[in-house]
Design a protein around this ligand. Structure first.
Ligand code: HEC
Length: 259
């Protein structure tokens, strides 16, 4: 698994991260101790009290962006980076169950799931957080986030002095798919996937998505969240799960489901 990951992008550093986290956990388990309890100093009762949905306190939005941007660089995983913008802040303000949540567990979202170019990993990280926090309200928020991601010129986030590269190009993906989102940006920027500019672009998108998530959850916790989009991407309407911009992919006519 780790060898395969290495093939997709930035493998060495992420591999170190994975191996490091694995050893730590394995060592603690070997000693018969809850590995996260040791790290967090949490007792058994606290660790087992992860009732759903998880507690939430308003996040500092700028801080979420900065943490996500910085979180991208060690392992270059967008799903990891996005969650890294959110959970460590809640670990400070709320404590458990955030303190013991191993964010490394979502690194597989990289490249739209280990390089398959499906859902952008930032949305997986965000979706996981929103799903755990907003309970019944999560689907409406995630639906809006999917629209926002697809329709917004990204990246917006400016890391200032922290910047690893200078970016001038933004693009609209028209889709939450990693494949379309990165391809459209890369073709506009004229760079390949391994280019430092593409890497920084995805770090900034992770920051944007973390900030959007924080903004929306902050509204939600204050009881002020109003869904912005209908679920027009409705299975009953189209007979299958789909984006409704069918012609974007089916240029020569949208196929019928049953012939
Ligand atoms: C992001 C790209 C994308 C979008 C958007 C999209 N599709 Fe597809 N769809 C595909 C691909 C790729 C295939 C597989 C085509 C193939 O194998 O020939 C496919 C296959 C299908 C098939 C099966 C065709 C067959 O007989 O094999 C149907 C039906 C279909 N799409 C309907 C739709 C409808 C209706 C919409 C809009 C509501 C839609 N698609 C939106 C990419 C897309």
């Amino acid at each position: 698994m780790q060898e395969e990951l290495e093939g997709t992008e930035g493998g060495l550093s992420r591999r170190k991260l994975l191996v490091g986290a694995g050893l730590l956990a394995a060592g603690a388990v070997g000693m018969g101790i809850n590995p996260m309890g040791v790290l967090a100093g949490a007792n058994e009762a606290e660790a087992s009290a992860a009732a759903y949905p998880w507690p939430y306190k308003k996040l500092d939005i700028a801080e979420a962006g900065r943490l996500a941007y910085e979180g991208y660089y060690p392992g270059m995983s967008c799903s990891y980076a996005t969650l890294k913008g959110i959970f460590p802040l809640l670990a400070k303000s709320v404590g458990e169950p955030y303190r013991s949540f191993p964010i490394e567990g979502v690194q597989w979202g990289v490249g739209g799931v280990v390089g398959w170019g499906t859902l952008c990993g930032t949305l997986m990280g965000a979706g996981l957080a929103i799903g755990l926090i907003a309970g019944d309200g999560a689907e409406a928020i995630i639906n809006d986030l999917m629209f926002w991601y697809s329709e917004t010129e990204l990246p917006i986030f400016n890391p200032g002095k922290l910047a690893h590269a200078e970016l001038k190009v933004r693009s609209v993906s028209g889709s939450p798919l990693c494949h379309l989102s990165t391809a459209k940006w890369m073709s506009r920027a004229g760079v390949g996937y391994k280019d430092p500019l593409r890497i920084d672009r995805c770090a900034r998108v992770a920051a944007d998505v973390a900030m959007q998530t924080a903004t929306r959850l902050n509204k939600w916790v204050a009881g002020e969240y109003r869904p912005e989009n209908k679920r027009k991407y409705s299975i009953t309407e189209f007979g299958l799960a789909a984006q409704t911009n069918c012609a974007a992919c089916h240029e020569n006519g949208v196929p019928k489901l049953f012939k």
